[in-house]
Design a protein around this ligand. Structure first.
Ligand SMILES: *Cc1c(COP(=O)(O)O)cnc(C)c1O
Length: 315
């Protein structure tokens, strides 16, 4: 895969249990519940984290409670419900649930594993170990929403430095969607903390947190490693998503395609140069998405296929 004349390495996270890096965090979080005889786990999510916690709970015989927003689309709901959790549609300010869910732990008699839970972060940091074990990048490009994963990758890199496995931390370049970019806004305005934004719709639904709980830490991760936080348009994301499928054979969801769109813009601005080793983290599979595309391949009778094939291939 290339962006301009820069070669890109892809860290493919789409092959986990439920198709995203969230499974790294759920393995540690739900594993903790298993080890400590906590029979029930919960999460506040309507996407990959919900699916991941529900599946990991199922695999370890834990009960699972998933709190979703009341207006969740039906196909998203079914991708979670296949793993058999108790799903509750919550009306009201869904954004406040992240904090308020911890008050529910007692009445639920269980443990909430949300996006920047220390156990989740501990699991997700292992992607940094794997990357550095295979290659020494100058830059890592990562989509960011709640900031939990950016915190995790940064933590992993700092540990590797501390243990003497890494001389210089790679720069962390974080990417958001233009329609919802609180961390990129804070970076651009040189703010010290990330505030809440009023989001609009984006195809990159997995990274549309308007009030990221670990946003300020993600901002710091980008700054302290010499990286940056940028935002990309939905059109650039769509193009990047197609390019990843057609040129690398990886079908990712839009949130993950922001990394290629982001790398293209970083090459253009000179923040990434052709001589550098750059890794894009492809955070989640595109196979859970409904693909609406009017594909019209030719229809050919079997008997005439031998004659027609050369003509079709050359058209
Ligand atoms: C959750 C998620 C992200 C964002 O991770 P945060 O820890 O919320 O910043 C990016 N890509 C995909 C596919 C995700 O599911």
């Amino acid at each position: 895969m290339r962006a301009g004349d820069c070669d890109l390495w892809l860290k493919d996270e789409t092959g986990h249990l439920t198709g995203s890096f969230k499974d790294r965090g759920s393995a540690v979080g739900v594993g903790w519940a298993l080890q400590n005889d906590i029979a029930r786990v919960g999460t506040v999510s309507h996407g990959n984290m919900a699916r991941s916690v529900a599946a990991t709970a199922a695999a370890t015989g834990r009960d699972c409670v998933v709190l979703v927003p009341a207006d969740i689309p039906a196909d998203r709901l079914s991708h979670i419900s296949v793993f058999g959790p108790t799903i509750i549609r919550v009306e009201g300010a869904y954004g406040d649930l992240y904090e308020r869910s911890f008050d529910l732990e007692q009445s639920m008699d269980g443990l909430f594993i949300n996006s920047d839970d220390p156990l989740r972060v501990a699991g997700q940091k292992t992607v940094a170990y794997e990357i550095v074990d295979q290659i020494t990048p100058e830059a890592i490009v990562l989509p960011v929403s709640s900031g939990g994963n950016a915190s995790a990758v940064w933590k992993g890199l700092r540990e590797l430095e501390w243990m003497g496995h890494l001389d210089d931390s790679p720069r962390l370049h974080l990417v958001q969607a233009e329609a919802c970019s609180p961390i990129a806004d804070a970076y651009g305005s040189e703010a010290t903390a990330v505030g809440r934004v009023q989001p609009s719709e984006t195809i990159a639904y997995s990274i549309a947190n308007p009030d990221p709980p670990s946003g300020t830490r993600a901002l710091e991760a980008a700054r302290q490693t010499g990286g940056s936080v940028i935002a990309v348009s939905d059109q650039a994301v769509r193009d990047a998503q197609d390019r990843l499928a057609r040129q690398a054979g990886v079908r990712v969801e839009p949130a993950s395609a922001t990394t290629l769109a982001g790398a293209e813009s970083l090459v253009e601005s000179g923040e990434i140069t052709a001589d550098e080793t750059v890794v894009l983290v492809l955070t989640g599979t595109g196979f859970t998405e409904q693909i609406v595309d009017d594909v019209q391949p030719p229809t050919v009778a079997l008997d005439v296929l031998p004659q027609r094939l050369p003509e079709i291939l050359s058209s």
